[in-house]
Each structure stands twice: as C-alpha cells, then as structure tokens.
Design a protein around this ligand. Structure first.
Ligand SMILES: Cc1cc2nc3c(=O)[nH]c(=O)nc-3n(C[C@H](O)[C@H](O)[C@H](O)COP(=O)(O)OP(=O)(O)OC[C@H]3O[C@@H](n4cnc5c(N)ncnc54)[C@H](O)[C@@H]3O)c2cc1C
Length: 391
C-alpha cells in the first residue's frame, strides 16, 4: 500500500474483528461497522450451540498475540463462550478504541459517483474511493473508504424450505410461524407439540438432537436425500461432529420414539390449520400430511449480495461465492473442511479492485467454512497490501 488508505470493515464477527486487528497491526486507519448493538452478534445468536472446533483452531494468531491468556487447548466452546471469552475482549483492546461503530448497518457500497458498468477495469476506477451508505440510530449517513472488507456473514439471510430452494406455496404467508435459526431449547415448553424440521446440514442435525430430548416434543424431520450420509467424515478427528452424525444416523434407523425422519421428502405446501400448520409432504411412499405446532427450517444461509449490487463482483452461478474463490473450492471439493487447501490472494480478488468478501459470506452456498479459513483470508489480504507486515 503506497499511502495510508482508510479501511472499512463490514461486520464485527470473528473474521471482521481479526481483520481489524490486522489493520491495527499494519498501522492503517480503519472503521468496523456492525449492524447489531454488540460485536459477534451472529455468534451470540447461536450461542447455545457448541462448536466442533477447539479453542486452538478458533483463536487467530493475531488474537493470541493481543490476548495471550485467551482460552487454548482442545475444548470446544459454545458460541456464547466464544463471544464472551474471546470476541468481546478483542473488541475491548486499546487498538480498537473508537474504531467499532455498533448499531451501524452498511446498507450499500458503491464507487463514489461510478455506476457498476462504468470504468470497467480502468486505473481511474481503482483510484476512486468507495462510498458506504450507513443506517445509524440517528438516520442515514455516508462514509468513504479506500479498501472494503465485507465480513457480514450469512446467518441473517436464511434459505427458504420449498423444493428447488424456492418458497413452498403458503410459506411466505406463514413466515411469522417459521424459525429459521437454531432453536434455543433452554425453554422446553416453547417447543411443546410437533415440530416440523426441514434440512439435513449440521444445523438441522443439531436441532434434531436437541429437540429430541424435550419430553413434550415430537419431531417430523424432512430430508431431501433418499439416503443421507449426514456429512460423515471417515475417521473424523472432531468428536462433536462425529457424535452428531452418529445421532442423525440412529434417528434415520428409527432410534428413539420422538423423531421420525422422512428421507427423500420435501414440503409441497403449508397452510394454516387453526392454531397449527398443515404441511403437505411429497415422500417416496406418496403424499403425507403432518399437522404441526412449530416449523424449524434450517436449509442453509447465503450472504446478502444486495449490499454490493453496484460493484463489479463476479459471483459464481452455482455457489454465489466470488467466482475465483468458488472455482478454487469446487476444484478441491469434497471431504473434510479441516483439509481444504489455503487459497491465495488471487482467489479472493474481485474484478472490483480493493473490495474483498471474507469470512462465512465468501463461501456462498458452500458449507465448509471454518474460522481458521477466515483468519487465513485476512492474512492473504494484509500480505498483498503490506508484505512487510508480519501476519
Ligand atoms: C451454528 C453454527 C456453528 C458453527 N460452528 C463452527 C465451528 O465449530 N467451527 C468453525 O470454524 N466454524 C463454525 N461455524 C461457521 C463460521 O465459523 C461461523 O459462521 C462464523 O460466525 C463466521 O464468522 P464471520 O465473521 O465470517 O461472520 P459472522 O459471525 O456471521 O459475523 C458477521 C457480523 O456482521 C454483522 N452484519 C451483518 N450484516 C451487516 C451489515 N449490512 N452491516 C454491518 N454489519 C453487518 C452481523 O451482525 C455479525 O456481527 C458455525 C456456524 C454456525 C451457524
């Protein structure tokens, strides 16, 4: 970096906070914009869930340098513990003072005065600063930046539950009845009755496991695959992940009496049925009707692309991740997220110079993102702009 550029970091999740530490280390002016009234808002939202990865994988090198007494070792924290014992303290470091703007949502980003299709690939475009439109408690504002790191995650943008990924008929009208985040089960009565659970990833598996132990709850679990492997990894070195897969397999084989797994099935339609909801299912054995008290849809999340609509971001048509990164990840697809290769800076670059999508959002529809990967992405960006700074 020839001159000091102002860096805008969008989102104060683990990756945004690590990027902030990197900017501080490089001596760059930076501002972190966080939509919520606290840092790590998404992590806190699934705070009751225990991570599969241990502290040693969840604390970045930069965090460890600043917080030498941060937890270490093989224990896996819950999201709440990660926020309380690591991410909160990172945000309180002296290097962060006055740098984090809470309750400030970045609504849109543009090149100042340039539309998406203008100055394609020119030096003039690269030299034009970014304008950010901010929603703040005092109204709208704008801010400028020279380098933008979009670390806004994906947890706030859930997928719908119908076949083919579009809303099932009736789903939109019943949106207020559908929980699309991991259900906290510390208030068991909240989930009394029948829960229709949709999805097969680790979040849905976690919900099935947690709901199944509630005495007043039955789970009707809708899974698209006729023979789900539950993402099993041979000789899995992460015990929490292995146990979760084993539990899901046991449910499929009929273990316990509180969970019925409908494999090869999808929701065809939802409709109100008094205080309850009627779900029409298509299953290999024919149509099935389930009347339920709650719907939990955990069919994945994909970050908000509207934020950079005016920028020259090349998204992959299949994964919605930035194209170069998606190509690198699909090229090495399959297997364990622990063994994915680190990609170089060229995979993180967009046609839009100085704009990077990092963290969980950068994986689009791919579900193998790990915190460790996000921290490596920060290394790549800092290394590209300030090779002399040790990361
Ligand atoms: C239930 C669950 C369990 C997981 N377990 C693991 C695990 O065991 N190990 C692992 O390595 N990874 C795990 N992950 C994956 C991943 O590491 C996490 O999703 C992690 O939180 C991603 O960090 P992030 O910083 O990219 O984004 P997030 O944590 O999602 O943070 C994004 C931040 O941006 C803010 N924001 C959003 N939009 C805006 C906006 N427009 N303007 C300003 N701020 C905005 C949000 O409020 C949030 O604070 C898990 C994910 C989930 C959902």
């Amino acid at each position: 970096m020839q001159r000091q550029r102002h860096v805008a970091i969008l989102g104060a999740g683990p990756v945004g906070l690590d990027a902030a530490l990197a900017c501080a280390g490089a001596g760059w002016p930076f501002t972190v914009y966080e939509a919520a009234d606290t840092v790590a808002a998404h992590v806190r939202a699934w705070g009751h869930v225990r991570l599969f990865t241990p502290w040693d994988l969840n604390v970045s090198r930069r965090m460890r340098t600043h917080l030498p007494h941060a937890p270490a070792g093989d224990d896996c924290p819950t999201g709440a513990e990660l926020a309380a014992r690591l991410l909160g303290p990172v945000a309180e470091l002296a290097a962060m003072e006055g740098r984090i703007r809470l309750r400030t949502r970045v609504a849109a980003v543009a090149r100042t005065g340039l539309l998406k299709h203008e100055q394609i690939g020119t030096d003039a475009r690269a030299a034009t600063p970014f304008t950010l439109l901010l929603d703040t408690p005092d109204g709208e504002e704008t801010a400028e930046a020279d380098l933008v790191l979009d670390c806004t995650g994906a947890y706030a943008v859930p997928n719908t539950l119908g076949a083919g990924g579009i809303p099932a008929p009736g789903e939109r009208a019943l949106d207020h009845r559908i929980t699309r985040t991991l259900p906290p089960v510390h208030a068991p009565d909240r989930w009394a009755g029948t829960v229709l659970l949709v999805g097969a990833g680790k979040s849905a598996q976690t919900a099935a496991r947690d709901l199944a132990v509630l005495p007043g709850t039955r789970v009707e679990w809708i899974v698209r695959s006729p023979a789900p492997d539950w993402g099993a990894v041979p000789d899995d070195t992460l015990p929490g992940r292995r146990q979760l897969v084993e539990t899901s397999q046991a449910f499929t084989e009929g273990a316990g009496d509180r969970v019925t797994v409908h494999t090869g099935a999808h929701v065809q339609a939802l409709s109100p049925d008094g205080d309850r909801v009627r779900a029409n299912l298509a299953t290999p054995g024919g149509p099935v009707e389930v009347v339920c008290d709650h719907i939990v849809a955990l069919t994945g999340y994909v970050g908000d692309a509207s934020l950079y609509r005016q920028l020259q971001v090349h998204e992959c048509y299949a994964t919605a991740a930035p194209m170069n990164l998606s190509a690198a990840l699909l090229g090495s697809a399959g297997g364990d997220c622990l063994t994915q290769p680190a990609v170089g800076i060229s995979a993180l670059r967009n046609p839009e110079p100085h704009f990077f999508i990092l963290g969980a959002k950068s994986y689009g529809r791919l579900n193998t993102f790990l915190l460790r990967t996000g921290y490596e992405q920060v290394d790549q960006v800092i290394g590209a702009y300030a090779p002399a700074v040790s990361v």
